[in-house]
Structures are given as structure tokens and as C-alpha cells.
Design a protein around this ligand. Structure first.
Ligand code: CU
Length: 131
């Protein structure tokens, strides 16, 4: 028992700086809002900076369910709450009238595809640039 009380504070002393560092990554993100309507993204071209943290807010103002389908972008980014991703991590589903916040660290530079898997046939297509 005496050994435990000595061991725990030491473990905490070692872990707390790590926890603080991990938390800082998500502190003070840049806000980015994308509005989804029937059937398009507003705006339809998004620009992120590689390695920067974002609070991406997806607002569905439409009467249809829409999806932020960006398989390569979402796989390459660091996503805080992966449970918000659907269909094998390829997209974010936003029900009509709802919104979803995603905290992410932007992936490496490059162009990434963006579509709505439900309405790409109707031109609900955007694009993402990470620079
Ligand atoms: Cu859609």
C-alpha cells in the first residue's frame, strides 16, 4: 500500500504534461463553417493550412440529409472524435436541420475531393485545398 501512494503521484507527474500537450492541440481552433443546402455546399471550395487545427462546423439548412464525403481528406487528417465519421471514415452525415462540429488537424498539402455521396448526381460537389 505504501508503495502505491508513492508510485501514483510519480505516474501523474509524468503523465500530466503529456495530457496537457495533447489537449493543447485542440485548443483555440480556427472556425470554418460549411452550410449544406439542397443540393450544394456553401462555400463549395475550402482551403485549409496543413497542420493547423480547425473546428469545422457543418450546418444542414436543407430538407434532405447531406454528407460531407471526403475520403482522402478525412483519412489523412487527424480527427478528434472519430465516432462522428460514417461509412468507414469516408464521410460525415448531417441530418436535415442539424449541425455537426468536427475538430481536426488539417492533413498534408494537396487537393482533396469533396462531394455529397447522396447528391453528387445533382452537382453537390466541392473541392478542398490544403496549402
Ligand atoms: Cu446532399
Amino acid at each position: 500500500m505504501g508503495g502505491m501512494t508513492k508510485t501514483i503521484p510519480l505516474a501523474l507527474a509524468l503523465l500530466l504534461p503529456l495530457a496537457a500537450h495533447a489537449a493543447n492541440r485542440w485548443a483555440d481552433p480556427e472556425k470554418m463553417t460549411v452550410v449544406m443546402v439542397d443540393n450544394r455546399f456553401e462555400p463549395d471550395h475550402l482551403v485549409f493550412h496543413a497542420g493547423k487545427t480547425y473546428d469545422l462546423l457543418l450546418e444542414n439548412h436543407g430538407k434532405e440529409m447531406h454528407e460531407f464525403t471526403a475520403p482522402m481528406f478525412l483519412k489523412a487528417a487527424t480527427i478528434k472524435d472519430k465516432h462522428l465519421l460514417a461509412n468507414g471514415g469516408t464521410d460525415i452525415v448531417v441530418q436535415a436541420g442539424k449541425s455537426v462540429h468536427i475538430l481536426l488537424v488539417a492533413p498534408p498539402k494537396g487537393p482533396y475531393d469533396l462531394t455529397c455521396a447522396d447528391h453528387d448526381w445533382d452537382g453537390m460537389i466541392g473541392s478542398i485545398t490544403v496549402d
